[in-house]
Design a protein around this ligand. Structure first.
Ligand code: APR
Ligand code: PHB
Length: 390
């Protein structure tokens, strides 16, 4: 097979890029290791920045998001009994975020690729990237007993943190930065009315908690747990009791509980790989960087990569101008690090760290007290939460 851009990974990053390029007449093939059902069964975060929603509209995939997504003009931070509303709209010059699940985003992107007869090949095995530093790279994969080959101009590694693309870059070229947090988030999805119309990020000495949602009838909640905990350790009752303890009592009293329809534990990690280009391979999204979920920057960081890469490829194919591709890694990383900084800041502000020293605990108290009392601090939080410009 032959294509212009071979995209490894059919998650939101790969699909969005494929869709955007298709609309400009640039041919792509997407290779995905899993089945579509598997990809669409993964529950991920659900807060979209303006820049991401704009890209979805540009990709002609925004209709359902615009209809069913909820616009949020603010969110809450609680500290035991104290509750602060961060007015995103007021402090970010009128910007907002859209609450719409990543699973739905992915579903919309698959539907658009189908509509336009895009090539997305599922269940591929043993993907290998070849000749990345030549101007004729190619990709091979296995389907059953057959090995197939795709010749292309460029390879895009959008195959997530565990993908093969980043691992195809020689070790002496790649510099990795990583911070592993000593806790995880236990998440529960339930068919219940959200406890609050806007998200609540709760700090508590027993550990962090988050009240989020997918719609007004579908709630998503999280509690911080030790890394040693297993999902089986947590009955639904134990989860609801723990969540209630970590919320201000007036909020906890309103909590509607019900059976969980999904329950999982995710570890928290910050990770960045540099550079994001090697020869004719470009990394995008989780393949190059991971953030802890506090602040909901995972998918939104992928969106800025896709924006830069899309414009870089467009420059090449449409105008014969390679400057966008040449500058891709540097430009993408500058924004990636800002999202890392924000996620790191929110994580250390709101979580209970085991073995922390008394001085650092006081510092966390003081940082939070400052945020609660200072409009300047809330403005900075709002600016980052709605998303820095691309
Ligand atoms: N070959 C083909 N596909 C692969 C391979 C491989 N060797 N390895 C992984 N994949 C697929 C995965 O099955 C997955 O569907 O690549 C896809 C990568 O998707 P995501 O992990 O969702 O990553 P990305 O598309 O960059 O999405 C951005 O931001 O923080 C996050 O949770 C957020 O998933 C979201 C991400
Ligand atoms: C979610 O709804 O799953 C969610 C929302 C906000 C976050 C993280 C996760 O910061």
């Amino acid at each position: 097979m032959k294509t212009q851009v071979c995209i490894i990974g059919g998650g939101p990053s790969g699909l969005l890029l494929s869709q955007l390029l298709h609309l400009k007449g640039i041919d792509t093939i997407v290779l995905e290791r899993q089945s579509r059902d598997y990809v669409l069964s993964r529950i991920r975060a659900g807060v979209l920045e303006h820049g991401f929603t704009e890209l979805m509209r540009e990709a002609e995939c925004g209709a359902r998001m615009d209809e069913e997504g909820e616009i949020h003009e603010g969110f809450f931070i609680s500290d035991h009994e104290d509750l602060l509303r961060v007015d995103l709209h007021k402090f970010s010059g009128g910007q907002t975020v859209t609450v719409y699940g990543q699973t739905e985003v992915t579903r919309d992107l698959y539907e658009a690729r189908d509509r336009m007869d895009g090539t997305v090949i599922h269940n591929v095995e043993d993907v290998v990237l070849h000749d990345l530093t030549s101007d004729r790279p190619h990709v091979t994969y296995r389907a059953g007993d057959e090995t197939l080959r795709i010749d292309c101009d460029y390879v895009v590694g959008a195959d997530g943190y565990h993908g093969v693309s980043r691992k195809s870059i020689p070790k002496d070229v790649l510099k990795e930065y990583e911070k592993v947090y000593p806790f995880g988030w236990l998440g529960v999805l339930s068919r219940t009315k959200p406890v609050s119309p806007e998200l609540i990020y709760a700090r508590h000495e027993r550990g962090f908690a988050l009240c989020s949602m997918r719609s007004q009838v579908l709630s998503r909640y999280y509690v911080q747990v030790p890394l040693t905990d297993k999902v089986e350790d947590w009955s639904d009752d134990a989860f609801w009791t723990e969540l209630q303890r970590r919320l201000p009592s007036e909020v906890a009293g309103q909590l509607e509980t019900g059976p969980s329809i999904e329950k999982s534990i995710a570890p928290l990690r910050g990770y960045v790989a540099e550079p994001m280009r090697y020869g004719n391979l470009f990394l995008a999204g989780d393949a190059a960087h991971i953030v802890p979920p506090t602040g909901a920057k995972g998918l939104n960081s992928a969106a800025s990569d896709i924006h830069y890469l899309y414009h870089g490829l467009l420059g090449h194919y449409r105008d014969g101008d390679d400057s966008g591709l040449e500058g891709y890694s540097e430009k993408a990383l500058a924004r990636v690090w800002k999202a890392q900084r924000f996620s790191w800041w929110m994580t250390q502000l709101l979580h209970t760290f085991p073995d922390t020293i008394a001085y650092d605990r006081r510092m966390q108290d003081t940082e939070l007290a400052y945020l609660f009392s200072s409009e300047a601090a809330q403005r900075s939080l709002a600016e980052n939460y709605v998303g820095l410009p691309f």
